[in-house]
Design a protein. Structure first.
Length: 641
């Protein structure tokens, strides 16, 4: 929710500042106790045909609650936005805007109504409930890559392009109104300040268009600082694109951009040197002082973004922020400056105390500057693990929904053919003869595992090696096929088993074989982890899992994976800390520590892939960026090969 400050063309009047001034309506002043009730309804409160589950957020005009239909307590959840003032006209405006937009990145409008808890009508809107985090929360809790941020920027631009094509302006674009769903989909919320050409004026004149001060364009700021003797400039597409530039500048740098001045050239140094030049230049253009220097439209910007991402190099796959390293136990901590000690000249007590406070403020600013644009690995790992597990759940739902639709279509086709055959008389009886059955071509069954090597059967690609006699491995659960899944991902363990058939053509610097430490052996025994057991994992939690992405680029160095299924004493969602070596034709991976969701850590000995510890690279791998499936597996070992 956001507090809107005005409207374009229709400027803010007294009721627009309802959060700071007492509202005067035809019914008289609104009682503070009633406003408090509207802003903090308890669970199970009925609002028309809906029932409150929990409060989500509050803004200048209303409060958002999660609700469900009263007659379906176990049904789908929705978002209900309830007015804080009776007869608020802004809710009818938002209903008009939402009803014009049918897009995956816009909450689906359900209904509008009015609630009468006592005196007065309190409008409300019901719309699709959107799970996830705000764009800023998502970025702060992770260490994304430029490619991931570019994908989110494309989604935001395409949502705005769709709205602009339908004559709608959002007018309050910012990171708090952009929500990242599990799986990486973006939704633009809070269309309460939205505008369209047929919208009726709601307010008077003399105030700024709506939005938050940090996101106003230089033209609006210049009017704001000047004496308001002239008409306020009309909010347009270029103002909306400027707000989008501020949003992604903050995402990429953890700071707001400086307000550009008239005649000022392009920014010389981008605050975050880890941002690729192509992405930095695009955001810088959005922040240009002159409206004509910004992209002409959201559609043109979307086309340019697609072109830039299509030609992005390996630098776009690196984390955008430095990793914060905890202080060593042997490191020294700088002590605060001591107070005034010893004799002090008369009249110098206050200047010395002021200088001491200034030094403390300077040290605090230096500390904050060091922490800016840094991410904590453990916190990022936990958040990414949650995303991956949520995305896997969405993937399963998507697969089941797809299979259901395919089955329903097949059933309808069979029924239609049967009806057609009956109408043509193919199933009619002739005298006392047996019913005539149409001859159908024989359908060959897919060969089972025991028939794969039969004559004429297509050989599997590739065939796994036969297991050893003393193996204790368990079969992996195979996920059902989903949209866009490649053959290598659908047969990850078959490919992993075939790595023993691949010869390494180049010299690869890898660690030497070594026995598993005694502590790890004892921990794995206590966790009931059997040697040679295989468990499914998502290879690297630093890259959020999406339904449309099957591969990821990995590099030499540390890695954190997440376990996708429960095994032994390690539950689903366990984080695995290890290291990768990507030189040569195959990738080698070792895991030495496991951390369960409750925070307990155990020493372990796992290898990526089968017991040889290698996984083959996918086609398209480049030096320093090996392509692997997002979903793979590890093997429990008592010694590293």
């Amino acid at each position: 929710m956001s507090t809107h400050e005005a409207t374009p063309g229709e400027q803010a009047g007294p009721e627009h500042h309802a959060s700071t001034q007492p509202a005067q309506k035809a019914h008289g002043p609104v009682r503070p106790s009633l406003l408090l009730m509207m802003d903090a309804l308890p669970p199970d409160t009925p609002i028309g045909p809906w029932r409150v589950l929990q409060r989500v957020a509050s803004g200048g005009y209303g409060t958002v609650y999660v609700v469900h239909a009263r007659h379906r307590p176990r049904g789908r959840r929705y978002a209900l936005k309830l007015a804080r003032q009776p007869d608020s006209p802004w809710f009818a405006r938002e209903a008009e805007v939402l009803s014009r937009l049918r897009h995956p990145g816009v909450p689906r409008f359900v209904e509008a109504g009015a609630w009468q808890p006592g005196s007065g009508n309190y409008p409300f809107l019901v719309m699709e409930h959107v799970d996830g985090e705000s764009l800023y929360e998502w970025a702060r809790a992770r260490n994304p890559t430029a490619r991931e941020v570019g994908a989110l920027l494309i989604q935001a631009v395409e949502i705005l392009a769709f709205a602009h094509q339908h004559g709608v302006l959002h007018r309050d674009v910012k990171g708090d109104n952009l929500r990242v769903r599990p799986g990486g989909r973006l939704t633009l919320l809070d269309w309460g300040a939205g505008w369209h050409p047929e919208a009726k004026p709601l307010t008077g004149t003399g105030q700024l268009p709506p939005g938050t001060a940090h996101y106003l364009s230089p033209q609006l700021h210049r009017w704001r600082m000047a004496v308001p003797s002239q008409e306020c400039p009309r909010y347009g597409v270029t103002d909306e694109l400027y707000a989008l530039g501020v949003t992604f500048h903050r995402l990429l740098t953890d700071s707001y951009p400086a307000l550009p001045l008239e005649g000022e050239g392009p920014e010389l140094a981008w605050p975050n040197p880890l941002v690729p030049e192509g992405l930095a230049s695009l955001v810088t253009r959005l922040l240009a002082f002159a409206p004509e220097a910004r992209p002409p439209s959201a559609s043109a910007l979307a086309s340019e973004l697609h072109h830039v991402l299509a030609h992005a190099d390996a630098t776009w796959d690196l984390p955008l922020f430095d990793w914060a390293t905890p202080a060593s136990d042997s490191s020294r901590t700088t002590q605060e400056a001591p107070g005034m000690v010893g004799p002090v000249a008369p009249g110098q007590e206050v200047p010395l105390q002021h200088a001491r406070l200034q030094r403390m403020d300077r040290l605090q600013r230096l500390h904050e500057a060091r922490e800016l644009r840094r991410r904590f690995p453990r916190h990022v790992a936990r958040m990414e693990a949650q995303d991956i597990l949520a995305a896997n759940t969405m993937r399963r739902r998507h697969t089941l929904r797809t299979l259901w639709h395919q089955g329903a279509a097949a059933f309808a086709c069979v029924v239609a053919m049967a009806c057609l055959g009956w109408g043509l008389g193919l199933f009619s009886r002739s005298g006392g003869d047996a019913p005539v059955r149409p001859s159908l071509p024989s359908v060959a069954r897919a060969p089972g595992p025991d028939q794969a090597a039969a004559s004429g059967a297509a050989p599997p690609s590739p065939a796994p090696l036969p297991p050893e006699k003393d193996t204790m491995s368990i079969p992996l659960k195979q996920d059902p096929p989903v949209r866009g899944r490649s053959l290598s991902r659908g047969c990850t363990w078959a490919v992993g088993a075939a790595t023993t058939l691949i010869a390494c053509s180049g010299a690869q610097v890898v660690p030497k074989p070594q026995r598993c430490p005694t502590e790890a052996l004892e921990a794995m025994k206590a966790l009931k982890l059997r040697r040679d057991a295989k468990v499914t994992i998502t290879v690297d939690i630093r890259y959020p899992d999406r339904l449309d992405a099957d591969m990821l680029a990995v590099h030499d160095g540390d890695i954190v994976s997440v376990q996708e299924e429960e095994y032994g004493g390690l539950p689903k969602g366990t984080l695995l800390y290890g290291r990768l070596w990507t030189g040569g034709e195959r990738v080698m991976g070792r895991y030495t520590r496991a951390e369960t969701p409750d925070g307990r850590t155990y020493p372990v000995c796992f290898v990526l892939g089968n017991d040889d510890g290698f996984w083959p690279k996918e086609s398209g791998s480049k030096p320093g960026a090996a392509l692997l499936p997002r979903t793979a597996g590890y093997t429990v070992m008592d010694a590293f090969p």
